[in-house]
Ligand binder design. Sequence first.
Ligand code: SAH
Length: 229
Amino acid sequence: MDDANGPSSRDGPERGEPPDRAAARRELVDALRERLDVSERTLSAIEAVPRHEFVPESHRSRAYADRPLPIGRDQTISAPHMVAVMTDLLDPDRGDRVLEVGTGCGYHAAVLAELVGGGNVYSAEYVPELAADARERLDRLGYDVTVRAGDGREAFRDEAPFDAASLTCAPSGGVPDPIVDQVRTGGRVVAPVEDGGLLGGGQRLVRLTVREDGVEREDHGGVRFVPMR
Ligand code: SAH
């Protein structure tokens, strides 16, 4: 996706992009670079995706603020820093096949597609209307992402094994086995999970690396995501 700056970028809100949006996005990425320890590769992917296309009209003016925004049906688009951190932990190579559970508006899927290339992102969304909207939007923006409506535990079993899986909804009781089973040995899963702590309701961001004899788990701090259904 190009950051068009020429006259063609003034064709209208849906075609091309006014220069101030590209500038706002660059500013956001500069702020993320200051704050986070993430790779330039990840930041370039964030800079390439027109986040304003993924948020409802009524919230467009805030598309490049580093915060989650409502996308309807009680769901949200994740904050840019969270997408950056999760993407960086997943660190997919070009050509890797990635499973995403929780398409939402499709923003994170687009960021992943920037990194792995077209045809390699498989994203499942439980709410059929969100899946349909995300599919239409990703298609219109030129992202070759396969979106299916359904439960992410099983929606793409026919496409397994994956090199990596990214969950953007929080399962209770750890990453479900069916998802881990669909990731190849050496592959990774990044997910928010209920931490089962004393106070309850807390979530931790974890990265699992699938080994022949089990999974290795790293903790990457407290997070807050919608529950996985
Ligand atoms: N990836 C999105 C954020 C999505 S929010 C972004 O780019 O901003 C999490 C999404 O997970 C919600 O849309 C919710 O409907 C979906 N979800 C919840 N449980 C699910 C399940 N079992 N399978 C697939 N999607 C699920």
